[in-house]
Design a binder for this molecule. Structure first.
Ligand SMILES: [Zn+2]
Length: 70
């Protein structure tokens, strides 16, 4: 997958946030280019992966989560 803007991606052991959409345990956290942060469960991280890549400056993925946007 090729993108013009590639956010920095870190894999970390465990996320403590909750998904902003549904409240499930977050598998992915996003620091936005515009500032601010979002968290997504696995389901929503994969559903919105194209949008996440476009607006993210940094992404943190929980170890073992296979993300569609990577
Ligand atoms: Zn969710």
């Amino acid at each position: 997958m090729t993108t013009l803007l590639s956010p920095e991606i870190d894999v970390i052991g465990e996320l403590t946030e909750r998904c902003d959409r549904c409240g499930a345990a977050a598998k992915l956290e996003v620091t936005l280019i515009s500032g601010g942060e979002l968290a997504f469960c696995g389901h929503h991280a994969n559903r919105h992966h194209a949008d996440i890549v476009r607006v993210a400056s940094k992404i943190r993925i929980e170890d073992g989560f296979s993300w569609a946007g990577k």
